[in-house]
Design a protein around this ligand. Structure first.
Ligand SMILES: NC(=O)c1ccc[n+]([C@@H]2O[C@H](COP(=O)([O-])OP(=O)(O)OC[C@H]3O[C@@H](n4cnc5c(N)ncnc54)[C@H](O)[C@@H]3O)[C@@H](O)[C@H]2O)c1
Length: 250
């Protein structure tokens, strides 16, 4: 996939890892659409990147569907689509001090992280299928975001880890579903990256975990993840796989 002149739709593109990837893709010549529920952040970044900001809640089918239609009308169908939108509500499944994890936040994590990701794949791929293929038959690439927690989840992250394992698990069947149309599907499972989401996790907890990262023993820079996104877009042999980017933390 050539980045220059391509179109990239990025859910959760207003902040953190999504914003860093959007910035690198735009710097490489891609036209970006940031699909996010935080319009203030999305509009500010879109302006900077000469892209577009589209309001959406990925867990709401009507909202996501309307956002995809609007982004297609504005910059054309996506060649690249990346699902960063996600939440993490850290809390033990039950404990004497806090009681049972409320059903609402268990459900919300599954709705956004799993259903939001799969629904976005369906809607993005539907648009990609209509694009003219490149000479080797490639039409586009979808990238989903799981987490190291999918494979090695710490306490307090049962719902988050389950949701991210679901995203990783969907990778191969998605790639097989979409291969006939020349659409690749990859998943990235990040370790610890310094973003607003990471800052919501108890610092004592994350500092201890960072000290366990073999090398490099530090937070990941969101740009390092953005470089992996660019590589996945450009390397056509990458398909149906989940890549952990975590300094060997697992
Ligand atoms: N930061 C890390 O260390 C880390 C590690 C592993 C996985 N991840 C995953 O990477 C992704 C991005 O995380 P981040 O750290 O950049 O977080 P972030 O909070 O900085 O960014 C998430 C973005 O998603 C948007 N969003 C959330 N729910 C949404 C919804 N329902 N509809 C539309 N937009 C929504 C937010 O407005 C925000 O712009 C998430 O899926 C997260 O689980 C992050």
């Amino acid at each position: 996939m050539k980045l220059d002149g391509s179109t990239a739709f990025i859910t959760g593109g207003a902040s953190g890892l999504g914003a860093a990837s959007a910035t690198l893709l735009a710097e490489a010549g891609a036209k970006v659409a940031l699909l996010d529920r935080d319009m203030a952040l999305a509009q500010a970044l879109a302006k900077q990147l000469h892209g577009v900001a589209v309001e959406c809640d990925v867990a709401n089918h009507e909202s996501l569907s309307a956002a995809v239609a609007q982004a297609c009308e504005t910059i054309g169908p996506p060649r690249i689509a990346i699902n960063f939108a996600g939440i993490d509500v850290s809390r033990k499944i039950t404990s004497r001090s806090q009681g049972a994890h409320p059903i609402e936040s268990l459900q919300r994590q599954i709705d956004i992280n799993v259903i939001g990701t799969l629904d976005a794949c369906a809607l993005f791929a539907e648009r990609m299928m209509d694009l003219e293929p490149f000479e080797d038959g490639e039409r586009g690439v979808l990238i989903n975001i799981a987490s190291g927690a999918a494979f090695n989840g710490p306490p307090g992250q049962s719902a988050y880890a389950a949701s991210k394992r679901a995203v990783a698990g969907a990778t191969l069947p998605l790639a097989r579903d979409l291969a006939p149309y020349g659409i690749r599907v990859m998943t990235i499972a990040p370790g610890f990256f310094k973003t607003p989401l990471a800052e919501t996790v108890d610092a004592k907890h994350t500092d201890k975990l960072i000290s366990l990262v073999p090398f490099p023993k530090r937070w990941g820079d969101p740009k390092e993840l953005g470089e992996l996104v660019k590589h996945i877009c450009q390397n056509r042999m990458l398909n149906g796989e989940t890549i952990q980017i975590d300094g060997a933390m697992r």
